[in-house]
Design a protein around this ligand. Structure first.
Ligand code: SAM
Length: 324
């Protein structure tokens, strides 16, 4: 398995918080399945950093961790991350191999992330991308509408993999514009699922977007679980894939009434297997576990009936669900 941190940083922030390479490594080292996973797999952590001083600061932080298990390998690379990624993908292509399952974190200071490099990476195999999009500056550049051929226009063409940003990122309302930009990026990178949270630092304006892109249904489920697990006081917004113009407030104590209504609505159209509802809920912001709770409650309340299954009423038995 690969973890790639394209903009690895110094290993520790001025606030004392550990940087993303340390977070990733420690998350794996402290994982309860670590030894099981290491029986069958190697875990390679690639940390790429352009700045020499930052890289040596990172190395000093990593040394504190001491010796790592033999199948955990850390590789540092000094240089430009996008060149490194392009060469890595080209190397794979030439050798006719797929990339190992990879989680790639792209955390630059600026918004110049080339869509084509990310598209090539996604096309190389099972890749999850997690990108910190520097939204405010990117939005300002798009809104500025530079003339074709101007330096900034060419930069935007590179970021969005073509000139469609001119015609597709046009909404007057900022959140809608954001969802247009994310949709375009997801399409250009070739991702089936996109999930993002808006990062607000003071006030209301979004500064960054943390954007997760994947082609795997389980990747979508897992990132939703992650988002629900990091809810700060007061909640925050995520956007549903199927109708990204509707921001959904994730709350510490979620109100399941809308999800109940969603289930009833689906069953009004006809009976459905539990597994089909699970497929359907993926594109919403609700988790599978939320759906399962709601299905069990509705059945207990006799608001829905289950038939055509063997054994105990459970998700595994995959009953057919319908309205009474
Ligand atoms: C936002 S910081 C990364 C922070 C880090 N991800 C963390 O959470 O601790 C961005 C870093 O990217 C480096 N950098 C900038 N452009 C780069 C490039 N093209 N390739 C690799 N590193 C780059 C900068 O030197 C800086 O250390």
């Amino acid at each position: 398995m690969l973890y790639v941190d394209t903009h690895a940083g110094r290993g520790r922030h001025v606030t004392g918080e550990p940087g993303s390479p340390l977070v990733a490594l420690k998350t794996f080292l402290d994982h309860s399945y670590r030894d099981e996973l290491l029986k069958t797999s190697e875990f390679h952590f690639h940390f790429i950093e352009r700045d020499v001083d930052n890289l040596s600061a990172l190395n000093a932080e990593l040394e504190v961790l001491g010796a790592l298990p033999s199948r955990v390998l850390v590789h540092h690379q000094q240089g430009d991350a996008f060149r490194w990624l392009s060469e890595a993908v080209e190397g794979l292509r030439k050798s006719g191999r797929n990339i190992a399952p990879a989680f790639v974190f792209v955390d630059p200071y600026d918004f110049k992330v080339p869509a084509q490099v990310l598209a090539d990476l996604m096309g190389a195999g099972r890749v999850e991308l997690f990108i910190n999009v520097i939204w405010r500056e990117l939005d300002m550049a798009v809104q500025h509408r530079p003339e074709p051929g101007e330096g900034m226009a060419r930069t935007l063409d590179t970021i969005f993999g073509g000139e469609e940003w001119r015609t597709e990122i046009t909404a007057p309302e900022v959140n809608e514009r954001m969802s247009q930009a994310v949709r375009l990026l997801a399409r250009k990178v070739g991702a089936k699922w996109w999930t993002y949270v808006r990062m607000v630092t003071g006030g209301q304006a979004t500064r960054y977007i943390l954007l997760h892109l994947t082609n795997h249904d389980k990747g979508r489920d897992l990132i939703k679980d992650c988002i629900w697990s990091i809810i700060p006081e007061g909640g925050f917004e995520v956007l549903k894939s199927e109708d990204p113009r509707q921001p959904m407030l994730i709350e510490r104590e979620p109100d399941f009434a809308p999800l109940r209504a969603w289930v009833i609505d689906k069953l009004q159209a006809g009976a459905q297997r539990w597994s089909a509802l699970e497929e359907g809920v993926r594109s919403t912001h609700w988790r599978t576990t939320h759906l399962n709770d709601v299905v069990r409650t509705l059945r207990r309340e006799e608001a829905i009936v289950a038939d055509d299954f063997v054994g105990r009423f459970s998700k595994t038995a995959d009953p057919r669900l319908r309205l009474p």
